[in-house]
Design a protein around this ligand. Structure first.
Ligand SMILES: [Zn+2]
Length: 424
């Protein structure tokens, strides 16, 4: 994991660089505002879960016999966790640790399993999930407190009577008040379970219809518990028209994780006081909202871009605000993707010129930046959008018409694919 992290922020070199975004966030799915980098910890756990599942799936294999012989005294029905960690191999220890529930992730994985009861001689009546989604202890805590047998298998809590199973759970005294309500709940939960003589209890994975464990769905499930970033930010972060390095730039920009001078200082990088100011205007401390929106030099670029589209508007003074303006306001006319692409090209150029000035002492924002923006957007659209058949001078002189042509083309393709679809 640390190799992945170092590579993301520092490239193939060995130098340690600042990790600008928490690793948890990097591993989140793209729709949740992350980069969708596989989380090795979760992946490993999902793979171990497969062994955990297979040990309890009711199918007899040689490897299970070997494991039972080696660690469980050869007994045929065993509690997988009932063995000392120090006695078992590293791999088996990792597998049985799943049942130890010592971490949030393992807890989540275990909750994804449920017993399908056959004879009921393997499954703990109160502590394991087998009748419904909860354990009976969690479902009826008052009755659990009142129960005579707090440990015991499902098959210990009743008996066969002329081919029919009859439940018999004993209480320390008669039930009263809310305990009676819980009795009703328990009865209902047990009603849905039919014990079967001579049939093994088997593990089922709750997230697949057929109960079979699939590593991929287990990984997705473990990942699904991670919360998303604010919805507003998630929607802004991705744009399929731009190259991946620009998409990465945008992700950092919208999360305010670019190495602006203010951000560097917050992370303990010492900069000289006079070096803290905005490269373009030298007026205030450089931070993202100023650099990309408020600084009069960049503000002029935005205005020029809007004029190119025949628009005059007051722009918001935050990065997220300007991104939203381009995607949703301008996007109404030109389509969200083109709006988003335009925002990104300008922001990318501003950052590129800022770096040129810091590191190469180049001039900041050149006179012809608008033209460069026009060329770049044209090239990106040409590369990724099928309906982009107009020449560059048209894009330059009447972009709105070109954008409409792209929209029309997309609509037609949609219509065509609907008509071409075979009848059901
Ligand atoms: Zn400035």
């Amino acid at each position: 994991m640390s190799i992945q992290r170092r590579f993301l922020w520092g490239g193939p070199g060995l130098n340690k660089k600042i990790s600008w975004v928490k690793w948890d966030c990097v591993c989140r799915d793209k729709v949740k505002g992350g980069l969708g980098v596989p989380d090795l910890l979760r992946k490993n756990l999902a793979l171990l879960g497969k062994w955990w599942y297979r040990f309890g799936d009711g199918v007899e294999n040689l490897w299970k016999r070997v494991v039972r012989e080696k660690y469980y005294g050869g007994r045929s029905e065993v509690d997988i966790t009932a063995v000392e960690y120090s006695r078992v191999s590293k791999l088996w220890r990792d597998i049985i640790k799943i049942g130890g529930q010592s971490s949030r992730l393992r807890n989540m994985l275990v909750e994804g399993f449920k017993w399908e009861v056959g004879e009921g001689n393997k499954v703990d009546f109160w502590q394991e999930r087998w009748a419904g989604d909860k354990t009976l202890r969690d479902l009826c805590p008052r009755l659990y407190a009142l129960a005579v047998k707090k440990e015991g298998k499902v098959s210990d809590m009743g008996k066969w009577d002329e081919g029919r199973w009859a439940w018999h759970v004993e209480w320390r005294r008669g039930t009263i008040g809310r305990e009676k309500d819980e009795e009703g709940v328990l009865e209902k939960a047990l009603e849905g379970v039919k014990l079967k003589e001579g049939v093994r209890d088997v593990w089922k994975w709750r997230h697949e219809m057929d109960g079979k464990y699939v590593v991929k769905t287990a990984y997705v499930f473990l990942d699904s518990m991670e919360s998303a970033l604010e919805d507003q930010i998630c929607k802004l972060i991705w744009c399929r028209l731009v190259p991946s390095k620009v998409a990465f730039f945008r992700w950092r920009l919208c999360l305010n994780r670019l190495p602006t001078k203010e951000n560097l200082q917050k992370r303990g990088v010492q900069l000289q006081e006079e070096g803290m100011f905005c490269e373009f205007c030298n007026g205030v401390v450089e931070e993202a909202n100023h650099l990309f929106c408020i600084c009069y030099k960049t503000w002029l670029v935005w205005v020029e871009v809007l004029n190119w589209w025949g628009l005059e508007s007051v722009l918001p003074n935050t990065v997220v605000g300007v991104a939203e303006f381009f995607i949703y306001e301008l996007g109404r006319i030109v389509g969200k993707e083109i709006g988003s692409c335009l925002f990104l090209v300008v922001a990318w150029y501003v950052w590129y010129r800022r770096n040129a000035q810091v590191f190469r002492e180049d001039e900041g924002i050149p006179e012809n930046l608008l033209e460069r923006v026009q060329v770049k957007t044209f090239l990106w659209l040409k590369a990724k959008v099928n309906g982009c058949v107009f020449p560059f001078h048209e894009w330059q002189s009447c972009p709105t018409e070109c954008a409409k042509a792209v929209k029309r083309h997309k609509r037609m393709r949609k219509q065509f694919s609907k008509e071409a679809a075979p009848p059901r």
